[in-house]
Ligand binder design. Structure first.
Ligand code: G4P
Length: 538
């Protein structure tokens, strides 16, 4: 492919994830975005997928019937000349380490916030992962049609809880559920709100310039005056719109709207697409950054989805294309086997159906049929071997002591546990000093424990006994001033090690983490660890 064609394909791509707490409106917003792109004709299909996910017990059944997971996908659509890839970040019961890993494949994030709730727990966790990578974060304050918090208070919330400065691009008019519309600071236009579900199509909204003498009458004199005051305050005291700071993730542009009413969504999308980046170079170890329009094809695996149907052991590996052109059936070098392989049966993801793919470009996400060769963080490429830095391990939040019901099955049990932790479904820990052998499974999302139990039973024929543990945090010990058993720690803190023997501390609450830091000068703890090492040592 000529270089300029590849560059053009790169330039029109936008690959992002929506980060939010459950019920902020991610499904609704995703659906509206897909509607704009004409990717789905009817509202409701994304919702249907979500409803299917909602019931925990049904979930296993669905997985079994469909074979390949319904819980994970990337959605691709075209809009105004852009090719958009939205990475799905499962947020309800199926919140798991995969949700974090997905963010490693995104170039930017849309942070969706419920105007009545402000910044919530899961948003904070996902935000932290975006922060680690310094990707641009765009904020959409949702549900403006309803009574919510004061917009200045929401700005303050974002800045104090997340530690990122914010810059409103538009500003809401009206209070206490009497929503009148938004004022766009860049165009000086007010878009007037009219309620009702405009979900089926793009909306024709009435606009009025703030400089129009008829403006106060349109939105009401009191609201007009309040708006003028607010704008002045923002102009004087607020952060300036600074593209460089936005792109480096130090400043978040803020938008207000209502996803169900399809209000403010399109203006948001247009600005988001023009401000945010197309795929940027990624750094390969020892080689440096590889530009997306480099003719060398490279990509990495960020998620592996097991087939829940025990009759089919195959898995689906999700790859993000980083540079060059991906072609169906191409032969590539694969990092963890250090050999050349042929990539068969690639799939791309639309809103619902998986489609076969012939060509893919940087920013695109592809599902690869995986007979069991791929590992998380694997690089694949044409030409001479290169490696992108691996995907870290993220700290689990739920812990169970697990053992086989039948001690004769210990060997299968260990085999299963090992395989599942290699896939990234669980992490394992043990406490070396407790005088007996134990296996602690740690997961980010509690449902993963059910998955563990189910898969050990169906794939390895092992019934397990699960015993919940009170820990909610694990931290890897990066540096310690003295041996761990001589540190000053709360009595509930456990000393343990991860799968490859790296020391960790397990905590029941954030208070004891803070105390550990305060009482032990020189103790350095980390919320993530290097995965490469974990797999290499095996
Ligand atoms: P999620 O994927 O982030 O979990 O959220 P989802 O889109 O499912 O939205 C959660 C609830 O919030 C839904 O209501 C949805 O209709 C509502 N919602 C989303 N955006 C807006 C908005 O802009 N304004 C208002 N007022 N509500 C909004 P639900 O009652 O749970 O579901 P349903 O009755 O709509 O099916």
């Amino acid at each position: 492919m000529p270089h300029h064609e590849l560059s053009a394909e790169v330039a029109r791509r936008r690959t992002f994830a929506i980060i939010s707490h459950p019920d902020a409106g991610k499904t609704t917003l995703t659906e509206k975005l897909l509607l704009y792109g004409g990717a789905i004709r009817q509202a409701g299909s994304v919702k249907a997928r979500k409803a299917a996910r909602h019931a925990t017990s049904d979930w296993m059944e669905i997985e079994k019937q469909r074979g390949i997971s319904v819980t994970s996908s990337a959605m691709q659509f075209d809009y105004n000349g852009f090719r958009i890839n939205i990475l799905d970040t499962p947020g309800h019961q199926d919140f798991s380490e995969d949700t974090y890993r997905t963010l490693v494949a995104a170039d930017s994030a849309v942070m969706l916030i419920d105007n009545a709730k402000g910044v919530e727990e899961q948003t904070i966790k996902l935000f932290k992962v975006c922060r680690l990578r310094s990707i641009p974060i765009f904020t959409f304050i949702n549900k403006m049609d309803r009574t919510g918090r004061d917009p200045f208070e929401l700005m303050e919330d974002i800045e104090s809880v997340l530690g990122i400065r914010s810059c409103p691009v538009n500003w809401p008019i009206g209070i206490h559920g009497d929503f009148k519309g938004v004022y766009h600071r860049d165009t000086r236009l007010i878009e007037l709100y009219s309620g009702g579900d405009h979900g089926q199509g793009q909306v024709n909204v009435e606009t009025v310039s703030i400089d129009d003498p008829g403006c106060p009458a349109k939105i009401g004199q009191t609201y007009y005056e309040k708006l003028m005051e607010d704008i002045e305050l923002l102009d004087v005291a607020g952060d300036e719109f600074d593209m460089e700071k936005i792109l480096s993730g130090q400043l978040t542009p803020m938008f207000f709207g209502s996803a169900t009413n399809n209000f403010g969504v399109e203006p948001f999308l247009n600005r988001f697409l023009s401000y945010t980046k197309s795929p940027t170079p990624r750094v390969a170890e020892g080689v440096g950054p590889i530009a997306p329009d480099d003719e060398k094809f490279t990509g990495f695996i960020f998620k592996i989805q097991a087939n829940m149907n025990p009759a089919h052991r195959d898995r689906l590996a999700f790859m993000r294309v980083c540079s060059g052109v991906f072609e169906k059936g191409m032969t590539v070098w694969h990092s963890s086997s250090n050999s050349r392989i042929k990539l068969a049966q690639p799939q791309t993801f639309m809103a619902q159906e998986h489609e076969s793919v012939d060509l893919a470009y940087p920013g695109d996400i592809i599902g690869l049929f995986d007979p069991g060769i791929f590992r998380l963080g694997d690089t694949i490429c044409t030409g001479s071997p290169v490696r992108y830095s691996g995907i870290p391990l993220f700290a689990p939040e739920f812990f169970c002591r697990v053992s086989p019901e039948d001690s004769m099955k210990r060997k299968q049990f260990l085999k299963g546990i090992n395989q599942l932790s290699q896939e990234g479904a669980i992490q394992t820990f043990k406490r070396p000093n407790i005088g007996r052998e134990e296996m602690i499974a740690g997961v980010v999302g509690v449902l993963q424990m059910d998955v563990l139990e189910y898969r050990l039973k169906t794939e390895y024929g092992v019934n397990i006994v699960r015993e919940n543990m009170p820990f909610r945090f694990v931290r890897w010990v990066v540096e310690t001033p003295k041996p761990l058993d001589r540190l000053r720690l709360a009595s509930t803190v456990a000393i343990a090690e991860d799968r490859v023997g790296r020391p960790v501390l397990m905590f029941e609450n954030e208070w004891s983490i803070r105390m550990a830091g305060e009482n032990n000068e020189g103790l350095v703890l980390a919320e993530t660890a290097d995965r490469m090492t974990a797999d290499e040592i095996e």
